[in-house]
Design a protein around this ligand. Structure first.
Ligand SMILES: Nc1ncnc2c1ncn2[C@@H]1O[C@H](COP(=O)(O)OP(=O)(O)OP(=O)(O)O)[C@@H](O)[C@H]1O
Ligand SMILES: [Mg+2]
Length: 256
């Protein structure tokens, strides 16, 4: 795989793993003699892709349609059982989602631009499958293009102030307000109250137009899904995430 990368970047001088991220087996800034790229790579299973590789395929598939909002996919390669994607390297920092943060306006503009992009045919994966088996998923169904994971770790603010969304592994289609609902736990984690998070979301037409009962329903199902998941998966971020989801759902009076 190093050879496949070096063929395109020139001899590799430095490999620097990203400060966050755990889905791809490799997510690193690779500096070659001719180019610096951001490499995401995952190993295939012996007989099929496996979840990490499938996530990378989603990222690759949608990239051309979100060009202005995401680092450009420069090339991809398959070598020795690995899938390698090389993105334009975007140096920068992650936004601060806390109340009053000056980063919130540029992030909102970027989310607004995403909400204006027409759903590409390639994104034929409904977001509703996440809550399948828990309750009626039809309120979350729709044809808006959704990133679904706009947490600060997946947003890069460059020195010139431009905002990029990375990590399109979970790209899906659904009701446009689901994108905004998915941001709520991250706003709470940064210090918002449920009320101030919702006040911020009210700037989005999709949030204002959403049926409040549909949002209540989503809050209830999302709490249920993450309650189940927290019982099965030990990752450290899940408990505080679930606590924030539940705090918001309780604020809406959505929990039985
Ligand atoms: N094109 C890029 N240029 C520079 N840094 C990037 C780029 N893409 C991603 N990053 C950085 O690398 C980190 C990990 O990338 P990403 O979130 O895509 O990986 P991941 O392994 O899928 O992570 P996760 O566990 O969040 O799903 C991001 O938080 C971001 O800081
Ligand atoms: Mg990420």
């Amino acid at each position: 795989m190093r050879e496949a990368v070096a063929e395109r970047t020139g001899p590799i001088r430095d490999v620097r793993p990203a400060d966050s991220g755990n889905h791809a087996d490799i997510a690193s800034t690779v500096t070659g003699e001719r180019a610096t790229v951001f490499v995401k790579a995952a190993r295939k299973l012996p007989d099929r892709d496996g979840p990490e590789v499938m996530s990378l395929r989603w990222e690759a598939r949608v990239n051309a349609f979100v060009g202005e909002l995401a680092p450009r996919l420069l090339w991809s390669a398959e070598a020795e059982g690995w899938l390698v994607l090389a993105f334009e390297h975007v140096p920068g920092r992650h936004p601060d989602y806390s109340p009053g943060s000056p980063d919130l306006d540029p992030v909102a503009r970027t989310v607004g631009r995403l909400q204006a992009i027409r759903l590409p045919d390639v994104v034929d994966r409904p977001v509703t499958t996440r809550w399948a088996g828990i309750g009626d998923v039809s309120p979350m169904a729709g044809t808006a293009l959704l990133h679904t994971d706009i947490n600060p770790g997946n947003v890069i603010i460059a020195a010139d102030g431009s905002v990029s969304l990375v990590d399109w592994a979970f790209v899906s289609h659904g009701a446009p307000w689901v994108e905004l609902g998915q941001m709520i736990p991250w706003l709470l984690a940064a210090g918002h109250t449920p009320g101030s998070a919702e006040a911020w979301l009210a700037r989005f037409a999709a949030w204002r137009a959403a049926d409040p009962e549909a949002i209540d329903h989503y809050a209830r199902l999302h709490t249920a899904v993450w309650t189940l998941r927290s019982e099965r998966v030990a990752a450290a971020w899940i408990k505080p995430y679930l606590a924030d989801v539940r705090r918001w759902a309780a604020y809406r009076g959505a929990l039985e």
